[in-house]
Design a protein around this ligand. Sequence first.
Ligand SMILES: [Zn+2]
Ligand SMILES: [Zn+2]
Length: 142
Amino acid sequence: MEVQSYTGRCLCGNIEFALNAKPVWIGYCHCSSCRRATGAAAVTHVGVDDSDLSFVKGTRKIYESSPGVRRGFCSDCGSPVSYDSDRYKSYTQIYIGIFDKPELLIPQAHVHCNERIAWFNTKDNLPYFSGTGDDGSGDWKN
Ligand SMILES: [Zn+2]
Ligand SMILES: [Zn+2]
C-alpha cells in the first residue's frame, strides 16, 4: 500500500519513523523560528495525527523554542525532525526533508508569509537546471 512509503529517518539514521495513514496537512512555513531551527530559507511541514505517527527507532532531543512549542531533533547528527505545539493537540509536524519519499507529499499552502524572505518565491522566473547549471546538463523541465 502507498502508506508504506510514509517513512523517514534523520541523516545518521539513528531516528526512524513511520506513518500508518496519510498526512492531514502539508505546507511551507516562512517563520523565522523555523528558519533558525533548520537553517533553511523556508521549511515544509508534514502534519500528522499523533495516533498515526510512530518512532520506530531512536529518541528525539526536544528543544522548547517558545512557550508550548517543542522542536525535536537528532542529538547525534542534528537533523531537525519534528515540531509540535500545545495549540494543536494530538498533532505533530515532521519536516518533509527527512521523509524517504518527499516527492509523494505535495504542499498545499504557504504560512507565515509575513516573515518570508523577500526573494523567496516559488513562482519565480529563475532558471531550473537538471544538474548544477554549469555542468552541461541543460535546462530542467517540470
Ligand atoms: Zn541522526
Ligand atoms: Zn514556522
